[in-house]
Design a protein around this ligand. Structure first.
Ligand SMILES: [Zn+2]
Length: 142
């Protein structure tokens, strides 16, 4: 279903373009990994440590900004969940994520750790890797 994949890319494209623009403005190095643009470098790291939640990496559509290549590899499973979320939510992802973060403190919860988008990503990140997962990821990384 190639057309569904094309729709997913188009639906998330405003964020992908934003991530690419930020990464290039910060002189990041761009690499295509399994259909996702991974951008890293000192400029990107400078930005990520100044976010409200200090981040090793951050996803915008089909772009993942990372402090460096090692951090991109370490956070890949987590960030790919966010890529899938951008594919589902598209242009609504930013407001949905923000509202979810703002709502959590009203329930006495943490704005980041209890955000359902993060809960989903951490659940996948913590799941033990199956042999097929490792091979699939390695085969698609160039
Ligand atoms: Zn996350």
């Amino acid at each position: 279903m190639i057309w569904i994949r094309c729709l997913a890319y188009a639906w998330a494209s405003p964020y992908t373009l934003l991530g690419l623009a930020i990464g290039l403005a910060l002189r990041g190095q761009v690499r295509l990994v399994a259909g996702v643009l991974e951008i890293q470098g000192p400029g990107v790291a400078w930005l990520l440590v100044r976010l409200p939640v200090r981040a090793a990496a951050m996803t915008l559509g089909h772009t993942v900004l990372g402090q460096n290549r090692r951090q991109l590899e370490r956070t890949r499973r987590h960030e790919r969940v966010h890529v899938a979320q951008f594919e589902r939510w598209g242009v609504l992802m930013g407001p949905a994520y923000l509202l979810a973060s703002l709502y959590q403190p009203l329930r006495g919860r943490h704005y980041y750790r209890d955000n359902p988008f993060e809960v989903e990503a951490y659940a996948v990140e913590m799941k033990p890797l199956k042999k097929d997962d490792t091979e699939q990821t390695n085969n698609r990384v160039r």
